[in-house]
Design a binder for this molecule. Structure first.
Ligand code: KG4
Ligand code: ZN
Length: 364
């Protein structure tokens, strides 16, 4: 095994422009720097990510983020072993910007180029943070993704379920919007829910009683609109307590769906891999305290290690891309100047394609 490997990672597939330096030293990875420029303010007025605005913002910030990541890591290009870049899936303008920058750096420096699947970045994060051994079960749950993955190797994934419509983060954001709470919706719904009564409104848990690990959140969204409209029709508006009760009911419904489907996904994982028991989460929604504590409790009853990376490595970042690139590079895989940017790129090529596309890009 190589003693030390240092990789620059570049990420620009959605609404975060990011660069990071990750180093593997004596078999242990560490994040030397991780720089993220978010674009929330640029898209705030539009209720979702506008691809054209995102692409322009990436172009403005990409080289700055690389410079900053190198300087924070006290590195120069000559200290690196390779450059890893998100080559998809995502909003194509952003992905192209990152890939072009990475190609430019590699052409100028002679460094090897490694194209990385953004979802592999999320899926391999437990190995960066906790050195979780293969195979493990992963729940990717964010504004654009929602899937259970069996992670068997750095390039061997089986999707055993996922959303058939919206991603839960989209549902949190939409719920915040209809309740008049600020964006991003996840944190504000979570805050409001703390003071709420989750039992006041009867909300559905779609697909909960159906077999398998697939999930659905669009019916819940519609039910939230109906529940809100009924309160407004009765009282002429929403009180802070109404907002809190609706938030608590919604959050509990999402947490219940995710927890029950995780129980089933874990059952499938244990059947296929009786010897290992690790369950990891990633994505912005994995920051939700109720969802985290329900999943932690589930794992405790099933004698399973629960891996929840720190939030900065759960949401979009370039350290995960550098690390996924590091695993590929270590395995002897690299790309050349024909590397292309891909809007869709499922990790599990054999699984049926997922429906639709998230507010924050392709669900893949
Ligand atoms: O992973 P992420 O930063 O970006 C992608 O979607 O790829 O996830 C952002 C999503 C947003 O929809 C946001 O509302 C949600 O994660 N989120 C949360 C929480 N924090 C962020 N959802 C529920 N509870 C939270 N505490
Ligand atoms: Zn992501």
């Amino acid at each position: 095994m190589t003693q030390s490997l240092t990789i620059l990672g570049i990420e620009s597939s959605c609404d975060d422009t990011a660069a990071a330096v990750v180093q593997l030293s004596n078999g242990a990875p560490s994040v030397l720097s991780s720089v993220v420029f978010g674009q929330t303010d640029l898209h705030a007025a539009f209720g979702g990510v506008v691809p054209e605005i995102a692409a322009r913002a990436h172009v403005e910030k990409l080289d700055i983020s690389v410079k900053e990541a190198l300087s924070k890591a006290k590195m120069q290009f000559s200290d690196l072993d390779a450059v890893a870049v998100t080559a998809g899936p995502g909003l194509i303008g952003g992905v192209v910007s990152g890939v072009m920058l990475a190609k430019g750096i590699c052409a100028a420096t002679g460094l090897p180029l490694v194209g990385v699947n953004h979802l592999a970045g999320h899926a391999l994060t437990p190995r960066l943070t906790d050195q979780t051994p293969f195979p493990y079960l992963m729940l990717l749950v964010s504004g654009g993704h929602c899937q259970f993955l069996l992670v068997k190797d750095h390039d061997d994934y089986t999707r055993i379920g996922g959303t058939i419509d919206d991603a839960p983060g989209e549902a949190f954001d939409k719920t915040a919007r209809i309740l008049g709470l600020p964006q991003p919706g996840g944190p504000s719904v979570q805050n409001a829910a703390e003071r709420g009564d989750a039992k006041r409104f009867k909300l559905p848990r779609p697909l909960l009683n159906q077999a398998g690990c697939d999930m659905s959140f669009s019916g819940l969204k519609t039910a939230m609109i109906r529940a809100r409209d009924a309160v407004i029709a009765e009282k002429g508006g929403l009180t802070i307590q109404d907002q809190a009760d609706l938030s608590a009911g919604f959050q509990t419904a999402v947490a219940d769906i995710i927890t029950e489907k995780s129980r089933r996904a874990l059952g499938e994982y244990f059947t296929l891999n009786p010897k290992t028991r690790s369950f990891a989460v990633a994505g912005g929604v994995a920051a939700n305290t109720q969802i985290r504590s329900q999943l932690l409790a589930l794992c405790a009853t099933l004698d399973t290690v629960f891996v929840a990376p720190p939030l900065a490595l759960c949401t979009d970042n370039a350290a995960m891309i550098a690390y996924a690139g590091l695993e590929r590079f270590q395995a002897g895989l690299q790309d050349d100047m024909t590397l292309s940017a891909r809007p869709r790129w499922p990790l599990d090529q054999t699984a049926a394609p997922m429906l639709g596309s998230g507010k924050k890009g392709a669900k893949a």
